[in-house]
Design a protein around this ligand. Sequence first.
Ligand SMILES: [Zn+2]
Length: 451
Amino acid sequence: MRIVIENAAIATVDGEEAGTEYTAGHVVVNGNVIEAVGEGKASDGPADRRVDATGCLVTPGFVNTHHHLYQWATRGYGQQSTLFEWLVELYPVWAGIDERITNAAAVAGLTRLARTGCTTAADHHYVFPRDGGDVFGATVEAARRVGVRLHAARGSMDRGESHGGLPPDNIVETTDGALAGTAEAVDRYHDSSPEAMVRIAVAPCSPFSVSDDLMREAANLARDKGVRLHTHLAETLDEERQCLAEYGCTPAELADRLGWLGDDVWFAHGIHFSDDAVKRLGETGTGVAHCPTSNGRLGSGFARVRDLVHAGSPVGLGVDGAASNEDGGLGVELRQAVYFARQNKGPHSASARDGLWLATIGGARCLGREGEIGSIEPGKQADLAVWRLDTLDHAGIADPVVALVFGVLPPLRLLLVGGNPVVEEDRMVTVDEADAAVALRTASRQLAEKR
Ligand SMILES: [Zn+2]
């Protein structure tokens, strides 16, 4: 299948700062990869499909670097809570998830991501109720159905209340059980090929729900299997206080001690880092998933995005789980990231193009896929978002990137993942949204009743 998209503004995001942009250009897709991109019409050649994208902006598909898809069924809880208060309220609700509920939540969450320009999604799943069935497989199945690339981070918790952890004992695994389950997930699903639709990461949940042994052994397992490492780190000052009291060091120092810094690691949030920690993360190439909406909802603080990027850390954007981000769309995070940075450090600290950069190539770097996705360049995977800027919402904004990032999130003319249409004319091609809504409502109600 050869698809020719023409007459569109194009932001390729192919550079360190602002990448190459075209005002009226073309993108040619051949099979699952990008064949050509440039100004003007595409050179002649057969086309199975020609898209006249006049009035549209083409960007790379967005990359979501942190999520908990199962939480789509537990939105609206703990509305004015700190992270720890919120967790204590939600753990007992999450204890009720099973594979059917998780599947309904994941289909809904991934649909929302696709509808907001996302073509690759990382998910961090760390709740495995004993009678819940195959909740991890249920998420992988949902991603296959929706048609979005999935980086499924196999989470775990082995430190319940009786061992000084935050989660109740009935939702944690044993250390050996968590490691065995994680190894099995890698063996069953991980695909290292450039066009991979599913990759697995090793992802114990957080320092306050996981033992040191599990953190160390998880790092060994990931490096043995050649997959990436992910966890929550430095999200709140409560976490820092607990870490200092318990270990006599900051979360970043603890991560260093446990072998958790490196260019195969990305952390969720990474808000409360000292200058030394930022430097250390940068020199080790450790990545950060910046989740501004979730950080705002929980009042957790401002991540040092600019400092981290300058130090050498890959930084991408994440929506985080829908229980702390009921919107769950990736598009709005671009604006949130820019406005957060400006609110903290003034208007010169971030541009609309910085937002686009974080959402695309920044995220691809976090996931170790900068050679395959995250920019529009020949040879890369054909993950493309074609945004309509020709409606009343954006009329008169001359700069298409400013229109995308600062304006209303535009309708999607087309979203391609590996050359396959997932969204057409702002509607899902792959799933029936009305059916997905019915399944989600049922799942949410059942969870609330189980409580
Ligand atoms: Zn999270």
